[in-house]
Every structure is written in structure tokens, then in C-alpha cells.
Design a protein around this ligand. Structure first.
Ligand code: FSA
Length: 431
């Protein structure tokens, strides 16, 4: 194991998705001296998980991510910390006609079927989709097709993250939020080979026996990850429904389409969130991640919490309008409120970066989201603690290893074109 039960453990980014899950699993396994550091208190305003909702589902049997989604689904449906926030309303994964994505979904359907899944169905046209999703009755989706999964739906992301924060407090977590929790650099031993803690923005030095670095989209900006993570922004906007409209959309299944985007059931207060789907936006500028001494050009997130009046690119707003017009057109023209950028980090092969940092003893990396993490919230941290205890399955250890130069360095982890940079898209007003 990398740490004893009484070791001083710091979790950088401990009020975000992977970090708070890690702290939860550490405390549940009896580690007694765990402190989370974060710019914001839990749930962190910088976390992509601090969001109205996220898609969730169970892909049991389909490789590492399928198995993790199954473990997570058990948590979402049974663990009292998570269960109140899980809405198992079913999930539609849809494609526009005869596309490569449709073929991929069809293969996924065949596999799930062969594994004996009873809750999956292939929906071969718009009518079949509408039988599952009454709210799409008037949608112009005749040629769409795709996969229905009964074991799936959505999770109330902010509320679930908040629930973890409350559970951590009741289990005795130590915290440092604000300037004293804001990572500036690692502390190193005299020979430079061991990480001995973290230095914070206000100058506080936090000594530690083990540091878990889970800074999400800020990871490659704070720590030099040698090109393994590239942070990008995705977009959301909301419509405020009347109580009658919200009632009408109660219990609708989650709908995702790889070209148009996605939306799911409105919140208890009648907020309906819409996301367009695309390659994300980078924000290239200069930064000096530890331990570099010269600035490098890198995609740097811009905190929405710190800059709440920033706007979103016009093309994404248009995409969101197009999604609404295509699927639920009676809401077209309604004000789109709470528009924001939401920052995640991608690896070139879309696997996490969850490993010991080979440069310094005593540092574990837990980042590289690649769009996977929130649905794994109940068990993401279990992987980290398994790594710390030396019991992470070899297949997972290999997938999440330190791997600079692995794959296409300009890759997106998702195929397709390079993402656009925010500097090149009109409509993004900031400062
Ligand atoms: O069910 C899912 O895996 C959706 S991930 C949601 C999302 O917005 C992606 O669609 C996007 O491309 C990016 O990875 C951020 O997360």
C-alpha cells in the first residue's frame, strides 16, 4: 500500500467529482487523516459535476467502463448517499438514420442482448422512439433510430455531489477551501524525489504522506502532465418551465443524440437543461504548470464560478435552439437561461489518468475524465483507493497508467476533428 490508515492524505480537488469520491472511499475504508483541498467548498463551483444533472446508465459487461458503470449503478440505486439523486427513468441513445453511430449502437444492442439484458430494446424508427418517449410525439425524427436501456436515466449531479460533501463532513473529513485550499505547487523532499505535501495560494504549506491530485479540468494547468490531458469546455443552457409544463415532462426518459445533443427530465423546480454535442472548445493561452519554470501554451479552463457573466459562443446557442426545435419544438423561442461553459479534461485515448506519478513518490494522479466520470461518482474513488492499496485490477491499472506520447498527441479521445478554440468562435464574451 502507498499509505497507512493513519497517514496524512491530501486530496487536491476534493470538492469535485473524482476527488470527493476518493475522500469518501478513503474515510469509509478507515483512513483517519484525510484533508480535501479545493478552491471552492463542496460542491466545488469549479467542478463539472456541479451541474443540474448528468446522464447515467448501466453498461454491465461491456469492458472496463461497462463494469464500472455496473458497480456505480449499484451505488446509485442502493447507497443512501447516492440513491435519492438517481432517476432511473430509462435512457435513449439515438442516432440520425443510417450513420456510423447507429451501427455502433446496434452492435452495442446486440452485445447487451447476448449478455441476457432484458431491459434493452432496439428502436428502428421515429415511431418506435416515440412509443418510449411520449414527449417527443411531435418531434421531426422519422429517420432516427437507436438503443433503449431501462437501467439508466439521470442523476441530480449538484445534489449528489453535495450529498457526498455532507457525508464527508459527518465522517470527519478535514478541509481547506478558498486560498488555503488552492493548489500552487507540490512540496518536494530535498532530493526532489518525493512529494511531501502541497503549497497553497495563501502560502500555507500542507505536509502530507500522500497527495491525490484530482483537479479535473485544472489538472494539466496546475501540474505538468506532459500533454496527457487537454481541457475543453462544453455548453449548457436551461429553460424555466411552469409547474404545469414540468408536470407534463415528469419521468421522461433521458435522450441523447450524437449530432443534436441531449436533455432529460426537468428538475423539481422545473428547470430543463439542454446540451449540444460537439468536440468541445479549447482555450489556449499560457500557463506554468508545476514543475515547469517557463510558461507553455496549453488549454486553460476559465472558471464560470469566478466569471459568472461570461457568455457562450453563438454557434452553440444556435445548436441548442436546433436541438429544441427538432425534439420539443413547443418550447422553441423560450428564454434560454443559465447559459454556461462547463470544463472537463480529455485524454487522447479517453481513459482516465489514474496512477502513481512516476516523477515523485507519494503522488497519485486521479484525473483525465474524458466525459466518463460523473456517472461513476459512487465508485470513482474506489478505483483510486484500490490503486493506493495495490489491489487495482491489472487491466484497469494498465488502461489508466502514466502514458505520455501514447496515441495521437493531437487526438481528442473521441475521433473527429480538432476542437475549435474559444478565441475563434464569435459570441464568447468575457471581461
Ligand atoms: O452519457 C454520456 O457519456 C454523456 S457524457 C456528457 C458530455 O457532455 C459529452 O456529451 C461531451 O462530449 C463531453 O464529453 C462532456 O460530457
Amino acid at each position: 500500500p502507498l499509505a497507512d490508515k493513519d497517514a496524512r492524505i491530501l486530496v487536491v480537488g476534493g470538492a469535485g467529482t473524482i476527488g470527493s469520491s476518493t475522500a469518501l472511499h478513503l474515510l469509509r475504508r478507515g483512513y483517519s487523516n484525510v484533508r480535501i483541498l479545493d478552491v471552492y467548498p463542496s460542491p466545488s463551483g469549479n467542478s463539472a459535476g456541479n451541474d443540474l444533472n448528468k446522464i447515467c446508465g448501466n453498461d454491465r459487461g461491456l469492458g472496463i467502463w461497462g463494469d464500472i458503470s455496473d458497480e456505480a449503478w449499484e451505488g446509485w440505486t442502493h447507497d443512501p448517499v447516492f440513491q435519492p439523486y438517481c432517476h432511473s427513468v430509462g435512457k435513449l441513445d439515438l442516432a440520425c438514420g443510417d450513420t456510423p453511430r447507429a451501427a455502433q449502437l446496434r452492435r452495442k444492442y446486440n452485445l447487451l442482448q447476448s449478455l441476457g439484458r432484458k431491459d434493452v430494446e432496439w428502436l428502428s424508427d421515429g415511431d418506435a422512439i416515440k412509443r418510449k418517449a411520449g414527449h417527443l410525439a411531435d418531434a421531426n425524427i422519422e429517420t432516427w433510430n437507436g438503443l433503449w436501456c431501462g437501467e439508466g436515466g439521470w442523476v441530480a449531479a449538484h445534489d449528489a455531489l453535495d450529498s457526498v460533501g455532507r457525508e464527508l463532513a459527518s465522517l470527519g473529513i478535514k478541509t481547506a477551501f478558498g486560498p488555503s485550499g488552492t493548489f500552487v505547487s507540490l512540496l518536494l523532499s530535498e532530493d526532489g524525489k518525493t512529494c511531501t505535501g502541497v503549497k497553497a495560494a495563501d502560502g500555507t504549506e500542507w505536509p502530507a504522506d500522500l497527495v491525490v491530485f484530482a483537479a479535473g479540468a485544472w489538472s494539466p494547468v496546475l501540474l505538468d502532465l506532459q500533454g496527457q490531458c487537454e481541457s475543453k469546455a462544453w455548453i449548457y443552457a436551461h429553460i424555466q418551465l411552469t409547474p404545469e409544463e414540468a408536470e407534463q415532462l415528469k419521468g421522461i426518459p433521458t435522450m441523447y443524440n450524437d449530432e443534436y445533443g441531449f436533455f432529460m427530465e426537468p428538475s423539481a423546480t422545473g428547470l430543463l437543461k439542454f446540451c449540444n454535442e460537439f468536440a468541445g472548445y479549447t482555450h489556449y493561452t499560457t500557463a506554468t504548470p508545476f514543475p515547469l519554470t517557463e510558461p507553455v501554451r496549453i488549454s486553460v479552463p476559465r472558471s464560470h464560478a469566478a466569471h459568472p457573466t461570461d457568455t457562450i459562443p453563438t454557434e452553440s446557442l444556435e445548436d441548442i435552439k436546433r436541438l429544441i426545435a427538432k425534439t420539443i419544438s413547443w418550447l422553441s423561442g423560450r428564454p434560454l437561461i443559465n447559459q454556461a461553459l462547463c470544463w472537463c479534461t480529455d485524454t487522447p485515448d479517453a481513459q482516465w489518468l489514474l496512477c502513481e506519478d512516476p516523477r515523485w513518490k507519494g503522488l497519485v494522479l486521479a484525473t483525465g475524465d474524458s466525459g466518463h466520470s460523473f456517472k461513476t461518482l459512487p465508485v470513482a474513488g474506489k478505483q483510486v483507493v484500490d490503486l493506493i492499496e495495490g489491489v487495482l485490477a491489472p487491466e484497469r491499472k494498465h488502461a489508466w497508467r502514466w502514458r505520455p506520447g501514447h496515441g495521437d498527441p493531437n487526438g481528442t479521445g473521441r475521433g473527429g476533428p480538432r476542437p475549435k478554440d474559444l478565441a475563434d468562435v464569435p459570441g464568447w464574451k468575457h471581461d
